[in-house]
Write a protein that binds this ligand. Sequence first.
Ligand code: S3P
Length: 175
Amino acid sequence: MDQFNIFLIGFMGTGKTTIANCLSRKLDRKVVEMDQIISERAGMSISDIFKTYGEQHFRDLETGILVETQSCMPVIVSCGGGTPMRECNVREMRKNGRIVLLTAKPETILKRVKSNHDRPLLENNKNVAYIKELLEQRREKYEAAADLIIETDEKTADQICEEMLSRLRKDISEH
Ligand code: S3P
């Protein structure tokens, strides 16, 4: 398990941050929270980065952080929801990691993101129809990137982590 980083990918509100922190306690590993690092370095919120510099600049910062994770192993990386949309990001994650996709139903996602105001893509689109549409646009790339897919609806963080660890261990022992 120590030979690779664990990259958590998935749509906004699928629980990447919560699960990364839970895994961090179980495995005694550090978490690289991409959004938080980007926001801290820029000295502004994700929404302000989007407004000031545009989405492409934000996407370049994401790629830069993934490259940096090559030199810090083994960590748990909580990616931004859009990170796997770039092929080069997926290649970077594959170099030294296992990629776990967390999924949730649009209704669950809406419940989880409703009161947050630092997700520029959802700010004026907090409804099931929009979430469903963006999720469908992204599904193929999410699934193609994933080594493992874990549904999170109606599960506790602890259950999700235990399921992930047992599947990752099985995967390692078989390869
Ligand atoms: C985004 C997801 C966000 C953040 C940014 C863009 C996306 O991360 O990176 O608002 O494109 O799905 P979370 O998935 O952690 O909310």
